[in-house]
Design a protein around this ligand. Structure first.
Ligand code: NDP
Length: 250
């Protein structure tokens, strides 16, 4: 089995996940790019990584479904080897509106995709990484959001609440597995230029709001990816249960 570090990044076909996959590959990780439906975009990131000499696989899986997560991790086991880093990046948001206009179905869909997915992937990773279970340790980085603190009133309280759950899960799991060789941390980005804002019905949201950011600009996906890479790396070897907020001061 190869001694190369192995990273699984969920939702890595575009945006922050894609930048993270490329950055991890640049830093020597064999990378699994997970995606939901955009195979073409996932293959383009894989192609980019392989052109630069990196090792990479793509796996379609809906990370909100337990069977898909089992298949995803089994594929990483068999094709890349022991997982050393998990980045729980996949998430969705829906159209901007007030809480009373959010349907129960939408609320549950957001929680399943943003929170249950993180729980399922963390569980599969801990089963493999924990020294208590014969593993050699590892690092988990969860994507939360500045929304976990702002609450996103009049936009998407459901999404913000899902990110609040990620903060709590991160802290609890970090303490639970701290003595088992696993570090668990999160990043809470602010306004980042990705396609996610179009899902909320406002593709140009970052530009509308950038004057409220102390640094007076939106963030780039790579600026978030750098924080994720650092948290997963040995440079952060004494960091667990912590949060990095790439927000430009917001
Ligand atoms: P994007 O909307 O650009 O990309 C989302 C990715 O998640 C895509 O690769 C998509 O796959 C994948 N995905 C969605 N649902 C699933 C699923 N059920 N199973 C597997 N993959 C799935 O998102 P961003 O890059 O903007 O966001 C990445 C993370 O950063 C998210 O957790 C987000 O909440 C967080 N964040 C983003 C901010 C921003 O301003 N952009 C700010 C704060 C936090 P496919 O392409 O196949 O649909």
């Amino acid at each position: 089995m190869s001694a190369q570090k192995v990273a699984l990044i969920t939702g890595a076909s575009r945006g922050i996940g894609a930048e993270t996959a490329m950055l991890f590959a640049q830093h020597g990780y064999a990378v699994c790019i997970n995606y939901l439906s955009n195979a073409e975009a996932a293959y383009a990131i894989k192609h980019h990584i392989e052109q630069a000499g990196g090792r990479c696989i793509t796996v379609q899986a809906d990370v909100s479904l337990a069977d898909d997560v089992d298949r995803l991790f089994a594929t990483v086991d068999s094709e890349l080897g022991s997982i050393s880093a998990l980045v729980n990046n996949a998430a969705i948001l829906a159209a901007q509106c007030r809480l009373e206009d959010i349907s129960e179905q939408r609320f549950m869909n957001i929680l399943r995709t943003n929170v249950l997915s993180c729980f399922l992937c963390c569980k599969a990773a801990v089963q493999r990484m924990s020294t208590r279970q014969g593993g050699t340790g590892g690092a988990i980085v969860n994507l939360s959001s500045a929304a976990s603190k702002s609450g996103s009133p009049n936009e998407y309280i459901d999404y913000a609440a899902s990110k609040g759950a990620i903060d709590t899960l991160t802290r609890g799991l970090a303490l639970e597995v701290a003595a088992e060789g696993i570090r668990v941390n999160a990043v809470r980005p602010g306004l980042i230029y990705t396609e996610m804002h179009a899902s909320g019905g406002e593709a140009l949201r970052v530009d509308r709001l950038k004057s409220k950011i102390p640094m007076l600009r939106g963030g780039r996906p790579k600026e978030v990816a750098q924080a994720i890479l650092w948290l997963a790396s040995e440079h952060a070897s004494f960091v667990t249960g912590s949060f990095i907020d790439p927000t430009g001061g917001l």
